[in-house]
Design a protein around this ligand. Structure first.
Ligand SMILES: NC(=O)c1ccc[n+]([C@@H]2O[C@H](COP(=O)([O-])OP(=O)(O)OC[C@H]3O[C@@H](n4cnc5c(N)ncnc54)[C@H](O)[C@@H]3O)[C@@H](O)[C@H]2O)c1
Length: 245
């Protein structure tokens, strides 16, 4: 009865939060489709999860024609977890290069936008769907030294809210999650550029004085994807150890 299973599409699923989200949906018995620009980490994650339990496509979400091609090959999408994203090296805003800005906008905003558009076409035809966009606390408040990243995450929240209202009557729910610093390669890359004081400031940036775990984000995403959250749309769920409290 494979067709009765939910199909979950996750972008940036080769590592970090995306791979953890994939693990949780595989455990629930869903059809899980992993998309990532990095063929090796995609293959490694698929092997860890069980290659017979997942489908993989190498995809750069910032390449629109590839997004159209990959999404056209997917029969149905019950849940899209729009997770692929990149950071940039901490840099004062006046020194952020156009390349850094473009890379962040192209992946974090345009890539997310194109994946959403393709998913929405299918969800409208299906008569139901659920989209979860990964924003950040950097989309809710100031994020000094990562202004370009912060701009993209504010955009993700704007897209989430507007689209949630547009499609609320179409049985499509759209929410965002806003993590603070989570223990992934992304944060490890940033920490590796800092001295001990800077590292302590990042790890201790919330009242819990620790980094978040990928499973703590994945659990919230699984709940948002379930009927348990059926009256929630256009919401930005903050998962930050109390950082923004
Ligand atoms: N880690 C954190 O502290 C944190 C906090 C807030 C929000 N986020 C957001 O969560 C999401 C996942 O972050 P993470 O920490 O797991 O990052 P990560 O760097 O550990 O993993 C990101 C994954 O996305 C893939 N990816 C990168 N560019 C891509 C592209 N163009 N197309 C397809 N795949 C691509 C990478 O290959 C990688 O597998 C991102 O959107 C990030 O902005 C992370």
């Amino acid at each position: 009865m494979a067709n009765n299973k939910r199909t979950i599409v996750i972008t940036g699923a080769g590592a970090g939060i995306g791979a953890a989200v994939a693990k949780h949906f595989v455990a629930l018995g869903d059809n899980v489709i992993l998309l990532d620009i990095n063929a090796q980490s995609l293959a490694d994650t698929a092997q860890t999860l069980g290659s017979d339990k997942v489908t993989t496509h190498v995809l750069d979400v910032a390449d629109k024609s590839s997004v159209l091609k990959v999404f056209a090959s997917i029969e149905k999408i019950d849940v899209l977890v729009n997770n692929a994203g990149v950071e940039h090296i901490p840099t004062p805003m006046h020194l952020v290069s156009d390349e850094m800005l473009d890379k962040n906008l192209n992946i974090n905003v345009k890539g997310l936008w194109w994946c959403m558009q393709q998913a929405l076409h299918k969800m409208l035809a299906q008569g139901q769907g659920n989209i979860i966009n990964i924003a950040s606390v950097a989309g809710l408040r100031s994020a000094p030294m990562i202004a370009a990243y912060s701009a993209t995450k504010h955009a993700v929240i704007g897209i989430t809210k507007s689209a949630a209202v547009e499609y609320a009557r179409k049985n499509i729910r759209i929410n965002a999650v806003c993590p603070s610093f989570i223990d992934t390669d992304m944060v490890r890359r940033t920490l590796s550029l800092m001295d001990e004081t800077g590292q302590r400031a990042i790890v201790g940036a919330n009242p819990m004085k620790r980094l978040g775990e990928v499973d703590e984000i994945a659990n919230a995403i699984v709940w948002l994807a379930s009927n348990e959250s059926s009256f929630m749309t256009g919401h930005t769920m903050t998962l930050d150890g109390g950082m923004t409290a």
